[in-house]
Design a protein around this ligand. Structure first.
Ligand SMILES: [Zn+2]
Length: 276
């Protein structure tokens, strides 16, 4: 076992934790990974991009998608253009992420902005051709897809997102806005801080009591399992959940890791409904 392999989990053992070799690797113009189950959905385009294939330099090398981290805006724009091209998206929507629990619903008449407003940590849409993107360095990028109603969401959930249950709230919002059935929704949890590196000192001051069952050793938590549990509490079926099982801090060669690097970029998890 290499140090980059996450330990096997006692939590939700039937939910796959793929590790890199279990994900679908796409080496064409812009390297990215896909989830095996989501890849079977023909109406869905999705991708976990890496830190490679862009134009940013220094600590942001090279496919940084966040201008809030002190990178040159023109370089970030070029990186986003490459991602938009790779997805084949007509437009690419993102939000200013604030570690909150709000979702923005982008319906047909909702104008998307390229500059990262409004403030939200989840984006939901039913508009084909409209790509949704979240920016990450250790936080979880989670893709939700309802193949019945043809609705997608991408969610940025760090530990603060888990504390506020943004995943459950986003599922609720899909139900409310689009009459999605939670039992129909597919969910995929991207590369992020694993239980190997998920140290939360002083957690008793900011984690709710019911997170304690997902503690793997003193001060270490399995937030992938927390997210699975929150999705299932919202009605998502365990069989419909998949986990990349890749820890960003262990694989900072491929992904940005705030915990490991401090000053660094943000990588992208993106999804789009394919145009008929
Ligand atoms: Zn790790």
């Amino acid at each position: 076992m290499r140090s980059s392999d996450p330990p096997s989990s006692p939590f939700f053992p039937s939910i796959p934790r793929y590790t890199l070799s279990g994900l679908v690797r796409q080496d064409d113009e812009l390297l990215h990974f896909r989830f095996p189950k989501l890849s079977a959905s023909k109406n869905l385009v999705h991708a976990v991009f890496t830190r490679h294939g862009g134009v940013s330099g220094g600590p942001f090398a090279s496919l940084n998608v966040a201008s809030s981290v002190d990178d040159f805006p023109a370089l970030v724009q070029e990186n986003l253009a490459r991602i938009q091209g790779s997805l084949g998206a007509e437009e690419l929507a993102q939000a200013k992420q604030i570690h909150g629990d709000d979702a923005v619903v982008l319906k047909r008449d909702y104008l998307v902005s390229a500059d990262g407003s409004p403030s939200a940590d989840a984006l939901i849409t039913n508009v084909p051709g409209r790509g949704l993107l979240v920016k990450l360095a250790d936080c979880q990028g989670v893709i939700l897809y309802d193949p019945e109603k043809n609705v997608i969401a991408v969610v940025h959930s760090g530990w603060r997102g888990n504390v506020q249950n943004i995943l459950g709230k986003t599922v609720n919002r899909m139900e409310k806005e689009f009459s999605c059935r939670p039992a129909a929704i597919l969910a995929a949890i991207g590369p992020s801080l694993g239980p190997c590196c998920g140290e939360f000192r002083g957690h008793e001051h900011y984690f709710p009591e019911n997170f304690r069952r997902f503690q793997v050793r003193e001060n270490y938590f399995d937030l992938w399992a927390v997210s699975c549990w929150q999705l299932m509490e919202a009605g998502v079926v365990g069989d419909h959940v998949e986990i990349a099982g890749v820890c960003t801090r262990c694989r900072a060669d491929l992904f940005y890791s705030y915990r490991k690097e401090g000053k660094t970029g943000r990588f992208a998890v993106a999804a789009m409904l394919r145009k008929p």
